[in-house]
Design a protein around this ligand. Structure first.
Ligand SMILES: [Zn+2]
Length: 217
């Protein structure tokens, strides 16, 4: 594996371990880059879940406690890490971008899905929203889906739509639900693997961003 692949594999494994608990068996393999995205590191993850999720696992993540929910969360996590890998800087860190640049890109690429002004989260969860949008497209359920608001509430991605198509609505809702579950392990500040933090303003944060915030308080 290249160093970028190793870094992506480490991150993907960390996200999935946080979602499915330390007893899950997770393996990650490099995949050929998709021709339309040569800048990304593509990985495929296989998750063999433990018989029961750990009792102390965040109860909000339990909704994906079905084979379909598990498969969707894994697929969105793979896509999220691939999107994020396009900004990997050497030897570490990320090439900076801005929230408005990322949301403009999403509105441009998915104009029907994200009408102007609906995206109200920071860069990491915008990249998660792109991963979900690509999952809609991959499952051929993108048509007819229009968001009314995508925001962070109580440290979770909340994605509201203006109704859903009758035929594909259940699958769209399941993808949105899996993306919300995944958001509970994605640092809202830097996009790395994070956890729920209590405090005056609940947030998902990694250890580094959480420590930085506490120093400022
Ligand atoms: Zn962070």
């Amino acid at each position: 594996m290249t160093s970028r692949e190793r870094r992506a594999a480490r991150e993907l494994t960390d996200f999935l371990t946080r979602l499915f608990g330390p007893d899950a068996t997770i393996s990650v393999d490099p995949m050929p880059a998709r021709p339309q995205h040569p800048e990304r590191v593509e990985l495929e993850a296989t998750v063999k879940r433990a018989a029961a999720l750990p009792a102390d696992l965040d109860k909000r993540t339990r909704r994906r406690d079905t084979p379909e929910g598990t498969a969707l969360a894994v697929e969105i996590a793979e896509r999220y890490v691939a999107i994020r890998s396009a900004r990997y800087a050497l030897p570490s860190g990320l090439v900076p971008t801005t929230c408005s640049l990322v949301s403009e890109g999403l509105e441009r690429d998915y104009a029907n899905l994200f009408p102007e002004g609906t995206l109200q989260v920071d860069t990491p969860w915008l990249e998660l929203a792109r991963a979900a949008a690509e999952t809609f497209a991959g499952h051929r359920v993108l048509d007819g889906v229009k968001s009314s608001q995508v925001k962070s509430k109580f440290a979770e991605l909340r994605w509201y739509t203006e109704g859903l198509p009758e035929e594909t609505g259940d699958e769209v809702a399941a993808i949105i639900d899996a993306a919300s579950c995944l958001s509970t392990v994605i640092c809202e500040t830097c996009g790395g693997p994070g956890a729920y933090r209590k405090g005056g303003w609940v947030k998902i944060a990694c250890d580094v961003c959480d420590a930085a915030k506490r120093r400022k308080l």
